[in-house]
Design a protein around this ligand. Sequence first.
Ligand code: FAD
Length: 256
Amino acid sequence: MSSSTSGVVNGGVSFWYADDGLPAVREPLAGDASADVVIVGGGYTGLWTAYYLKKAAPFLRITVLEQKFCGYGASGRNGGWLYNGIAGRDRYARLHGHEAAVRLQRAMNDTVDEVIRVAEAEGVDADIHKGGVLEVACTPAQAARLRAFHEAELAFGEKDRELYGARETAERIRVADAVGSSWTPHGARVHPVKLVKGLAAAVEGLGVTVHESTPVTEIRPRHAVTPYGTVRAPYVLRCTEGFTASLKGRSGRGCP
Ligand SMILES: Cc1cc2nc3c(=O)[nH]c(=O)nc-3n(C[C@H](O)[C@H](O)[C@H](O)COP(=O)(O)OP(=O)(O)OC[C@H]3O[C@@H](n4cnc5c(N)ncnc54)[C@H](O)[C@@H]3O)c2cc1C
């Protein structure tokens, strides 16, 4: 089999990096250091945390330690959907009540616009287009499930969702055999790599220190240990997502 398919090279991290290019890697940590907050992992979780912390408290000395380069993980490899879906919303409602789930859903809806707002404010051109999310049914069985889903969303409180028949769907998108669709305005397309590169530059611009090529081998209370030195801070935030098991003492714990 060829190592290259449609411009994607095996080992080239992702389609998005093949499109936009791998970044120049920032300087690694050069010895022991201290900070108010250390963030381990330069994906969306780490970088957005750095961004809002610095905005809320500009005096904080924040250091991000990233093992490869910002956006090396899922943040630079995902589907590029910026949308309001919540995995496990029903369970959340069972645990915390319907009103809490509605508030969470509204926060997720607002998050789509918030990402777009910050991207604009920080001059990040991430090819963002807010066209909503269209879920398409191609068989009568899918259409019945889609209608039930649509009505459940309206009953939950998502009043701005719309249901389209075959003709209205065809006016919006050409999908073979489409018989109907359900649309929510709370969705946008992004270029994930342009977003994560822009976000990393924005947090640096705010005064956050970002070290790349700096793997954290162990997190201890108030210490992030790397081969190049240890960063001490009252707060060490682990934002390593699926890589977590590679940290000392965390094997088998892929999730937070
Ligand atoms: C195939 C795929 C498609 C997806 N599609 C979508 C989508 O369309 N829309 C959507 O909203 N979400 C999508 N997601 C989910 C989304 O991409 C992730 O939830 C999100 O990127 C997680 O961000 P993160 O910062 O928590 O993790 P990551 O992006 O994985 O970042 C973790 C970072 O930590 C670094 N790191 C790890 N260990 C260490 C260490 N020991 N020392 C230093 N640094 C370390 C890694 O190099 C990495 O850069 C998708 C995920 C995948 C896998």
